[in-house]
Design a binder for this molecule. Structure first.
Ligand code: ZN
Length: 385
C-alpha cells in the first residue's frame, strides 16, 4: 500500500504533460508519416532516462517500441499504440491538429485522447515507479505498438515474436474515461459475392441478375440481427450488429443496359461474448447461399472480475480516491489480441472521452492524464509486488 502511494506520488505532472505535447506534435497517421517519428522520439526520451528501449520492425518503416523495467517472470505489459487516424480537413479544427495547443486545461490535437494521452500516462507511470522504487519484484514492459488503427499488425507481430511470453497481465490505456473495461466486442469483416449471369438489360430473362439476390440477403440479414440481439445483448457491450458497409455491382462504367455478373456485399459484424464466430459465419453463409470470405476475425473477449489484475485496478483507484466504474469497449483494441491469442487477462482503462476518438477537435483533459499516470503507477506496484 505504502509503496503504491509512493510510486503514484512520484508521477511528475510537468513531465507527463510535456511528453504528451511532444507526442501530439509528431504526426503519426498511416498512410502518411506513420509511427517512425513518434517511435524515434520515444526511444531517445526513454534512453535519456536510463531505460533500454528496443524495436521490433513490424513492416518496413513501421516499428513497435518496447522498454522493460526489471526482469523475470509474471510481469505486466503496459500497452498503447503510437499511430493515430488522419486529421481529415485541417481547416475544420479550432486549433491545428498537430500544434498541441492547451486551452482551459484541455490539450487539443489528433491523438490527444486516442491515444497519446494514455501512452504519455503509461510512460509517466513507468518513470515514476523507477524513480520511487528502482524496480519491482516482477517486470514492467512498456509496449508502444504500431497499426492499431489499421489491421493491428503491431500487436500481431508482438505476439508472434513471443514478446508477451512470461507476462501474466496487460493494461491497455485506450480512452475509456478511466472505466475498468473488462469486455471488448468482437468484430468480423465479411465479403459475400452474389453470382449471376451477364445479359442485356432489355432481356433479363436471358441472364441472372445478382443485384436482387444481394438486396434480398440484406433485408433477411435484419431479421437475423434482431434474433441475435434478442438472444445475446450484453450488459456492458450492448447488442451485436450485422451492418452492411459496402455494396458493389456494376458491369463497368456507363454500362447501364448490362446485367452484371456479380454483386458484392461487405459486412461489418460486431459481436459479444457467447456469440460464436464460426457458427455465425455458417449461418450468414446459409442465409446468403454464397461463399463467405472472412477478411478479418477479432473475437469478443472478457477478463474475469476476480483476476488479480482487476483487483489491482480497483485498489489503485480506491487508493487515489477515484470512482470505481466498470465498462465495455464497443470496438476491438490491441487488448483483444493480447487476450485472445496470448490468453492474458486484460484491463482496458485510460484517460479521455469514449466518443472523442477520430473526431475533429479531439482533446484530452490534462489533469485526467496525470491522474491516470498515478493510477497506473499504483496499479503496477499493487499487481507486481
Ligand atoms: Zn486507440
Amino acid at each position: 500500500m505504502e509503496k503504491a502511494l509512493l510510486a503514484a506520488e512520484a508521477v511528475e505532472e510537468r513531465e507527463v504533460v510535456d511528453l504528451l505535447r511532444s507526442l501530439v506534435r509528431i504526426p503519426s497517421h498511416y498512410p502518411g508519416p506513420g509511427e517512425e517519428g513518434v517511435v524515434a522520439f520515444l526511444e531517445e526520451y526513454l534512453r535519456e532516462r536510463g531505460l533500454h528501449p528496443f524495436r521490433q520492425e513490424v513492416t518496413p518503416g513501421r516499428p513497435n517500441l518496447m522498454a522493460d523495467l526489471g526482469e523475470g517472470e509474471g510481469g505486466l505489459i503496459l500497452e498503447g499504440h503510437t499511430d493515430v487516424v488522419t486529421p481529415g480537413e485541417e481547416g475544420l479544427w479550432r486549433h491545428p491538429p498537430y500544434a498541441g495547443v492547451v486551452e482551459g486545461g484541455r490539450l487539443y490535437g489528433r491523438g490527444a485522447c486516442d491515444m497519446k494521452g494514455g501512452l504519455a500516462a503509461l510512460v509517466g507511470a513507468l518513470l515514476a515507479v523507477k524513480r520511487a522504487l528502482g524496480h519491482l519484484k516482477r517486470p514492467l514492459r512498456l509496449a508502444a505498438l504500431a497499426d492499431e488503427e489499421g489491421m493491428m499488425l503491431g500487436v500481431k507481430a508482438f505476439l508472434k515474436e513471443g514478446l508477451a511470453r512470461g507476462f501474466r497481465g496487460a493494461l491497455v490505456a485506450e480512452p475509456e474515461e478511466m472505466e475498468i473495461c473488462l469486455w471488448q466486442k468482437g468484430a468480423l469483416r465479411l465479403k459475400l459475392p452474389f453470382l449471376g449471369k451477364m445479359a442485356h438489360g432489355a432481356m433479363p430473362y436471358a441472364g441472372e441478375n445478382p443485384i436482387p439476390k444481394a438486396a434480398r440477403f440484406i433485408l433477411e440479414l435484419e431479421a437475423l440481427q434482431l434474433e441475435l440481439q434478442e438472444t445475446f445483448s450484453h450488459p456492458f457491450l450492448g447488442p451485436p450488429y450485422l451492418t452492411p458497409t459496402q455494396v458493389l455491382a456494376s458491369a463497368g462504367e456507363g454500362q447501364l443496359n448490362v446485367i452484371p455478373v456479380q454483386a458484392e456485399v461487405v459486412l461489418d459484424v460486431r459481436t459479444v461474448p457467447g456469440l460464436d464466430h464460426g457458427e455465425l459465419v455458417a449461418r450468414i453463409q446459409a442465409l446468403a447461399e454464397a461463399e463467405v470470405e472472412v477478411l478479418e476475425d477479432r473475437p469478443p473477449v472478457e477478463t474475469p472480475k476476480e483476476d488479480p489484475l482487476v483487483q489491482a485496478a480497483e485498489e489503485a483507484l480506491k487508493l487515489l480516491g477515484l470512482p470505481l466504474r466498470y465498462g465495455g469497449v464497443p470496438g476491438a483494441t490491441d487488448g483483444t489480441f493480447l487476450r485472445a491469442w496470448a490468453g492474458l487477462p486484460v484491463v482496458v482503462m485510460g484517460p479521455g472521452g469514449k466518443t472523442l476518438p477520430h473526431q475533429v477537435d479531439e482533446w484530452v483533459d490534462l489533469e485526467e492524464v496525470v491522474q491516470a499516470a498515478r493510477v497506473y503507477a499504483a496499479l503496477a506496484v499493487l499487481y507486481l509486488e
